[in-house]
Ligand binder design. Sequence first.
Ligand code: 5GP
Ligand code: ZN
Length: 115
Amino acid sequence: MSDCLFCRIVKGEIPAAKVYEDDEVLAFKDIHPQRPVHILVIPKKHITSLAHATEADTSALGRMLVVANQIAVDQGSPDGFRSIINTGHVGGQEVMHVHMHIVGGPEPVGPMLKR
Ligand code: 5GP
Ligand code: ZN
């Protein structure tokens, strides 16, 4: 998807503060962090949202979950984190390329996040 913001980050056309990368996923700092640690984990392959995910996406989506804790620890959230995937209009998804927010830091993030 040439006009997709996060695909352009994957291709290196738009800069991002990358913190983790493997063959299936990329993680980088959110440009507007909501907490001391706020990382976005994305599949390198374009998947519009969880509403568009198929069986073929199982590996990449699973990998996003598997790498989350190590990213959180490395970034300064050693005692847990919140992971959020917003989907579609009701979920408040703004960038239409699946991404998991990893939100945390030294202190608990609280019962819910406000924008
Ligand atoms: P959503 O609301 O779709 O779940 O979250 C989109 C997130 O992407 C927001 O937290 C927003 O700050 C972040 N974001 C939007 N544009 C950029 C960008 O160009 N670079 C980075 N690093 N994050 C972005
Ligand atoms: Zn994309």
